[in-house]
Design a binder for this molecule. Structure first.
Ligand code: COA
Length: 259
């Protein structure tokens, strides 16, 4: 096995920087890993920045998964559910989820649990705060409107990434109504998840948390009754080994859920 051991109950968060692919030979190395449909998609992007982000994400997921299974990065094949959530095809006993941004791409891997991940750069906080009435639930908004200054921006970023990580863990994206589940802080540093019964889900099914890395907030959501052992790895694209880090938790953010 080329490296990673993923124990039951553990989750690994792999990160990479699209800017590693500014060098053309590195980009070409990653492009050689793509399946035919991915290569066509990669070439269809109009803007270089989006092309690079897409390529970095593909290289990241392929390199990360190959740490756990005896498959070369180029060998992986993927399918998507009806809402677009990717999975390996055939199934390999690993679950993963991806999030892309121009300067950081992330891939969360766990064993056979539903997982969701989202990342946003800190500089998007003000823009997200402006969108609050459209995307946060009434209960979240009641807490959010009491905040100002930095606390308001922090909360905007945390709520957005947590909500995204939940709809991605469920695999349904925006088909899940954003106003029917809430991450509530109650004036403290930790959040609890409340879900409207109409969504047919139990908050106790999930473990979640937030951390900050490389100027980005990252939220993760993992199915399970126990807090996951989470490790953060950085990959230098096109796939070089990188150090393992203990994630630095976001301040004013929930650690792990337990109502
Ligand atoms: C598509 C969506 C799942 C994520 O979109 P996003 O936040 O723009 O993008 P991210 O970079 O975080 O995630 C994209 C990746 O999620 C994965 N993904 C796509 N559909 C998914 C789904 N239904 N479930 C889980 N993961 C999904 C894919 O891997 C995708 O990247 P890829 O197409 O390159 O493989 C969906 O949540 C969305 O459209 N969000 C729009 C933003 C918004 O309004 N958010 C409200 C937050 S409160």
């Amino acid at each position: 096995m080329p490296g990673g051991e993923l124990k039951p109950g553990a989750a690994h968060l792999w990160c990479a920087r699209p800017d590693d692919l500014l060098a053309q030979e590195r980009a070409l190395h990653c492009a050689a890993l793509l399946a035919e449909d991915e290569r066509a998609h990669w070439q269809s992007f109009r803007f270089e920045r989006r092309r690079r982000e897409y390529l970095a994400t593909r290289a990241l997921v392929r390199s990360a998964l190959s740490r756990y299974r005896p498959a070369r990065p180029a060998d992986w094949r993927f399918a998507r559910n009806a809402y677009g959530k990717p999975r390996t095809a055939p199934a390999c006993g690993l679950a993963f989820n991806l999030s892309n941004s121009p300067r950081l791409v992330v891939c969360l891997v766990a064993r056979e649990a539903a997982v969701g991940v989202d990342t946003e750069p800190f500089e998007r906080a003000a823009e997200i705060a402006e969108l609050a009435p459209e995307v946060f639930s009434p209960l979240e908004l009641a807490e959010f409107t009491l905040l100002d200054g930095r606390a308001r921006l922090e909360r905007a970023l945390s709520l957005w990434t947590l909500k995204e990580s939940y709809i991605k863990a469920r695999g349904m994206g925006l088909a899940l109504p954003l106003d029917r589940f809430s991450f509530l802080f109650g004036g403290g540093a930790s959040a609890r998840l409340e879900i409207d019964p109409s969504l047919g889900d139990d908050p106790r099914r999930w473990q979640f948390g937030l951390l900050d890395h490389a100027g980005h907030r990252i939220a993760y959501m993992i199915e399970g009754r126990k807090a996951p052992e989470l490790k953060l790895h950085e990959i230098r694209l096109p796939g070089a080994k990188a150090p393992v880090r203990t994630p630095r938790r976001a301040c004013a953010a929930p650690q792990l859920q337990r109502a």
